[in-house]
Design a protein around this ligand. Structure first.
Ligand SMILES: Nc1ncnc2c1ncn2[C@@H]1O[C@H](COP(=O)(O)OP(=O)(O)O)[C@@H](O)[C@H]1O
Ligand SMILES: CCCC(=O)OP(=O)(O)O
Length: 736
């Protein structure tokens, strides 16, 4: 059976995106609520009911989903009782009056207010006026109370239609529909058919089929416009209607193909007798004018709504295991209609199908207005040794990012001086960036800077305050460009009331006391790691599973110029190697753990100065020392070319990473590990990922890959969690 949900998921997840806002007028219907609990990574739900009522339904009816999934979905949702938003009711009512007038129907404002206060209409008008992107209903509303007004108000074409998509179970004889996939049209909209309407329905239904079913599964969309007559074999108004419609199809289809060449794989034939469409044997009997393709169609377009509706419900009841859902054509992906007898799975599939089409074909970027989910504007600052990476985020959306380069010439003036001396010079570059984007400091809701070398602190978003600035200025825990993040952020917001934050700096340390014990009292272990990307990756995994960071057990391997392998136990970053100071696997630029005795001998051999050894440990060690390059792509090329030395070193590094991963098992105290997450630049290598998957297979948990490091998004998200009230910002230094 073609896995249509997996196909939709992979297309939805192919590119990380902003999430569309979806209105749920039927918020108290447990099926709808259940479906929403599986859509958190794709949408922002707005439930049109009081929050307490939605929570009560969830508590009573959704216990089988597990508390985490439901709690996560509700934490990511908005709850709006229409009567509590008189501002919106007024604006929707005004638009409703104007709309009715344009349609030649008189309506007074009082009547309109009453109408749009009803959740179904409220949801439709919210979409129409740009407050949301999609509305879904029909599971409890009768068609005339939701579906008809939705089509009326949201229609973008003169003819709209509804396609019924089925993937039938394997027990269905496959020779009828290839891969057991069939799409029916029109199953819901057009109560009266004209030849033009029917021709538009045929093309629209085929367009839906083409959008949803990948070409490698169905190379051609083959549509039969069915009738009781086969190409003139019988007479009557119905075959005549289909015949006239079939004559109009080529011009309408040509328009579609001009719009997008992917529709060139659509073939439509009418009128075709139902038996000819569904049986090769019957087709043979009518061979004199058979179908233009070998075999059978995958789209059946019906001459009237009764027949389309009958087919939908006949197949739905006859094959309860079928994957089935309706899809609207002509509403610009803004409306989802549900049959009253739908299941939570049908709702989930219908929404995913519309969302996939919205993203892939609707050129959707963002919800036009941020009424239900405020899009806070956050400036993100990430100072590195030779650049200051600067971004502006609006909500989840990365609006601008630039790596503000500081030339060697500019930096020469600061050589040998504390990093804080670069403060003014870098701040000016950030101000120029903002001006260039037409933004002033007053346009920002927060500034988030990369945290520097501070005292060890728990994970989270930290307010930039006097004590933090003092520590960074003093540079007692080390000099690093990232120390400038909080300093510049603080200066930019001074006197404006706008908050400045840092998020998960490299010094995040939540390790158990036992993790700190080394075999020498004087040398307790210290934790310095890629905390920002470690925790952001674990959060991303949790979000993809519609749950919280606090609910997952994962091991994260950040594999970049430095490598850290961390254990995240239910929201606590419990153990990780010190990736900055010679612990863990060797990496492209760092030695990792070295044999202690031999290291001591080397230190006292007189062969190297302290500075030289420090540089070997971090910067000139690892792959650079062993193979003369820190570029793993070059190493892999050498491995591919059969270079024995490169192969040995490459295998050794992967072996050490795998050992570090499996070495984190005790951190979970026997609890199951949900997943191993591979991230950083090296996670782009399929070869390396494949080898790590093989070597850690004994753990019995899946390996998920998140290539690169999304530091800018991670910083923005940390600030956004605070701005949206989901997390409280912490005060530095933490109370001990
Ligand atoms: N496609 C790839 N295949 C293998 N290694 C890669 C690939 N892309 C980047 N890398 C390696 O990842 C490392 C850099 O990781 P990254 O996380 O980008 O860097 P940094 O830690 O310097 O911020 C380098 O060793 C680089 O060669
Ligand atoms: C391991 C601490 C942070 C760090 O070393 O970052 P980079 O690997 O990006 O230099």
């Amino acid at each position: 059976m073609f896995d249509i949900e997996a196909s939709l998921d992979s297309r939805l997840l192919a590119v990380p995106r902003n999430r569309p806002t979806v209105m749920f007028p039927e918020a108290l219907d447990p099926r709808t609520l259940e479906a929403a609990c599986f859509l958190g990574r794709f949408i922002r739900p707005v439930f049109l009911a009081p929050e307490a009522e939605v929570r009560a339904v969830a508590a009573q009816r959704l216990a089988h989903l597990g508390a985490d999934r439901v709690a996560y979905t509700l934490s990511e949702s908005a709850f709006v009782d229409p009567v509590s938003r008189p501002d919106l009711v007024e604006s929707f009512a005004t638009a409703c009056v104007a709309f009715s007038k344009a349609q030649g129907r008189a309506m007074d404002l009082g009547e309109a207010r009453k109408l749009v206060s009803e959740p179904g209409r409220f949801g439709i008008w919210a979409v129409k006026l740009g407050h949301a992107d999609m509305v879904v209903g029909g599971a409890i509303h009768e068609p005339k109370a939701f579906f008809r007004p939705m089509v009326d108000i949201l229609a973008q074409r003169s003819v709209t239609c509804e396609a019924g998509v089925f993937v039938l179970p394997d027990e269905h004889p496959e020779e009828v529909y290839p891969h057991n996939i069939v799409v029916f049209g029109d199953v819901g909209v057009n109560a009266s058919m004209t030849p033009r309407t029917l021709a538009e329905v045929a093309v629209g239904t085929c367009a839906v089929a083409r959008d949803l079913i990948p070409e490698d599964v169905l190379p051609e969309i083959r549509c039969a416009m069915v009738s009781y007559s086969n190409r003139g074999s019988d007479e009557g108004p119905s075959p005549e209607l289909v015949r006239q419609a079939a004559d109009l199809v080529p011009a309408i289809l040509a328009e579609r193909i001009a719009h997008s060449p992917r529709y060139a794989s659509i073939q439509i034939r009418g009128e075709v007798k139902v038996s000819v469409a569904l049986s090769r044997r019957s087709a043979g009997l009518y061979h004199s004018d058979g179908l233009p393709w070998e075999g059978v169609p995958n789209v059946i377009v019906c001459p009237n709504l009764d027949m389309g509706n009958l087919l939908y419900h006949l197949y739905a009841t006859r094959f309860p295991e079928a994957k089935k859902f309706p899809v609207m054509f002509g509403l610009w992906f803004q409306g989802v209609d549900l049959p009253m007898d739908c299941t939570p799975e049908d709702i989930r599939l219908a929404l995913k199908a519309s969302l996939m089409r919205l993203h892939a074909y609707g050129e959707w970027k963002r919800t036009p207005k941020d009424t239900f989910f405020r899009r806070h504007r956050v400036l993100v600052l990430n100072p590195g040794s030779t650049s200051t990476k600067t971004s502006v985020f609006e909500g989840d959306e990365e609006r601008f990012t630039e790596e503000l380069q500081h030339s060697a010439e500019e930096l020469k003036a600061f050589e040998g001086r504390p990093i804080t001396d670069q403060f003014t010079f870098r701040k000016e570059a950030v101000l120029r960036f903002l001006a260039d984007k037409g933004l002033g400091l007053g346009d920002l809701d927060a500034v988030a800077g990369r945290g520097g070398l501070l005292r060890p602190i728990p994970h989270g978003t930290w307010k930039v305050g006097a004590a933090m600035l003092d520590d960074l200025r003093a540079g007692q825990r080390g000099e690093h460009a990232s120390n400038l993040g909080a300093l510049i952020a603080s200066e930019l917001v001074a006197g404006t009331g706008t908050p400045a934050y840092i998020v998960d700096p490299v010094v995040v340390d939540e390790a158990d006391p036992k993790v700190r014990i080394s075999g020498l009292k004087e040398l307790p272990r210290r934790v310095i790691s890629h905390a920002l990307n470690q925790i952001a990756t674990a959060r991303r995994y949790a979000e993809e599973h519609e749950t919280f960071y606090e609910r997952v057990n994962v091991i994260v391997a950040h594999m970049g110029g430095g490598i850290t392998v961390g254990a995240h136990r239910k929201g606590r970053y419990i153990d990780v190697n010190n990736g900055l100071d010679g612990e863990g696997p060797f990496s492209p630029q760092r030695t990792g753990t070295l044999p202690a005795g031999q290291l001591i001998d080397l230190c006292f051999s007189g062969k190297y100065t302290k500075a030289e050894l420090k540089l070997k440990n971090k910067g000139r060690g690892g792959m650079i020392d062993l193979l003369g390059t820190s570029d793993m792509r070059e190493v892999e090329r050498r491995v591919e070319a059969g270079d024995a030395e490169a192969t040995l070193v490459y295998d050794a590094m992967i072996y050490q990473i795998a050992k570090a991963i499996t070495g984190q098992v005790p951190a979970f105290e026997g609890a199951p590990i949900d997943a191993i997450l591979l991230t950083g630049g090296m996670a782009r290598s399929p070869k390396l990922v494949g080898e790590l998957t093989r070597l850690t297979a004994a753990l019995g948990c899946p390996v998920k890959v998140y290539p690169g490091e999304n530091e800018m998004a991670a910083l923005a998200k940390g600030a956004l969690r605070v701005l949206s009230g989901r997390e409280a910002a912490k005060d530095y230094p933490p109370a001990i």
